[in-house]
Design a protein around this ligand. Structure first.
Ligand code: BTN
Length: 313
């Protein structure tokens, strides 16, 4: 979308404007105005055509840069915003390009959405939020666990006020409602010595997805729409999520993240099994660096590897 499209959109936002007036204002012919109106409609904008001219009825549901720019209130997260209608995976793109700190890469549809442990992330067009955030700052390696917990914490904080249901955090970083997962995080890092130099935080949030989209995982996967019984505005949630992530990153050192996460930790006080390690016991909470504490027959074990799967027994 270029400057002329933006002028047309601004003009027809709250009033009907004739093709002739739009032609004068933009310096292009009336036929060219009509072609641009058609292009805007293809981008998802709903425009009423009448004998008096054109009027915008509804903005596009797609998360186009022009839409995000006017709604987002952040200092650096998303200031560089890269939008794809379709891509293999936003994480793959963010990892293989040298993008500035705070860049957000979003796709309406991913053909190879990556989940943890080589799984795939179902990314139906226009239904969820599929994006990656590039953080190019230095953090001590010791903060790795806490940093990867920050993203689910911030997303939960951003979304909770929109919901009737309570959000739970499944360690290390899944978000659940009613025992089913609606958001996942793929945190990929670049480490040099004892420092983290770059974080690619890949975030998938099922917003308006329908049960059929989840196929054979529909018993364990869900969306906000399925749980709450209503459709959500993805743009509003996306901006709120980015704003809350930025705020949490800015307060990283003063935020009592461990305590905050423990309050909403899924299966706290219940018996769980750690599939890959064959450990079984009672989930008692988190230690000061974010590891999972499990009370087993052999005493308290703390698990730090995020690359595991926890199940309830
Ligand atoms: C998981 O729970 O297994 C992690 C899912 C992460 C999915 C997101 S969607 C946007 C970003 N791009 C990807 O390919 N994956 C992450």
């Amino acid at each position: 979308m270029d400057k002329i499209d933006q002028i047309i959109l601004e003009q027809i936002e709250d009033k009907t404007v004739s093709g002739e007036k739009l032609s004068k204002l933009t310096g292009i012919s009336r036929v060219a105005v009509w072609k641009r109106i058609k292009k805007l409609e293809d981008l998802g904008y709903r425009i009423k055509h009448s004998s008096e001219g054109y009027r915008l009825i509804e903005r596009t549901p797609y998360l186009l840069p022009v839409e995000i720019k006017r709604a987002l209130k952040t200092g650096y997260i998303g200031k560089n915003y890269i939008f794809f209608d379709q891509i293999d995976s936003t994480n793959i793109f963010a990892k293989s390009n040298d993008l500035p700190d705070g860049t957000v890469v979003l796709a309406e549809n991913q053909t190879k959405g990556k989940g943890r442990k080589g799984r795939r992330w179902i990314s139906s067009k226009g239904k969820g939020l599929y994006f990656s955030i590039v953080i190019k700052r230095n953090y001590p390696l010791n903060d790795l666990m806490k940093l990867s917990l920050l993203f689910p914490y911030a997303v939960k904080e951003a979304i909770k006020d929109y919901l009737e249901n309570q959000i739970k955090i499944k360690w290390p970083n899944d978000l659940y409602i009613n025992n089913r997962k609606f958001a996942g995080f793929l945190i990929e890092t670049e480490i040099e010595g004892n420092e983290i130099n770059r974080i690619i935080a890949g975030i998938g949030i099922n917003i308006n997805n329908e049960p059929e989209e989840f196929g054979d995982i529909k018993d364990t996967a869900t969306s906000l729409k399925i749980e709450e019984g209503k459709t959500f505005c993805r743009k509003e949630i996306f901006c709120k999520v980015l704003e809350t992530i930025e705020k949490s990153l800015n307060n990283f050192n003063s935020l009592d993240l461990i305590n905050e996460i423990e309050k909403d930790l899924l299966w706290k006080g219940e018996n769980i099994r750690i599939l890959d390690e064959g450990i079984e016991g009672k989930l008692i909470g988190l230690d000061s660096s974010g590891g999972l504490k499990v009370l087993t027959e052999k005493g308290v074990l703390t698990i730090y590897s995020g690359d595991i799967s926890v199940r309830k027994v």
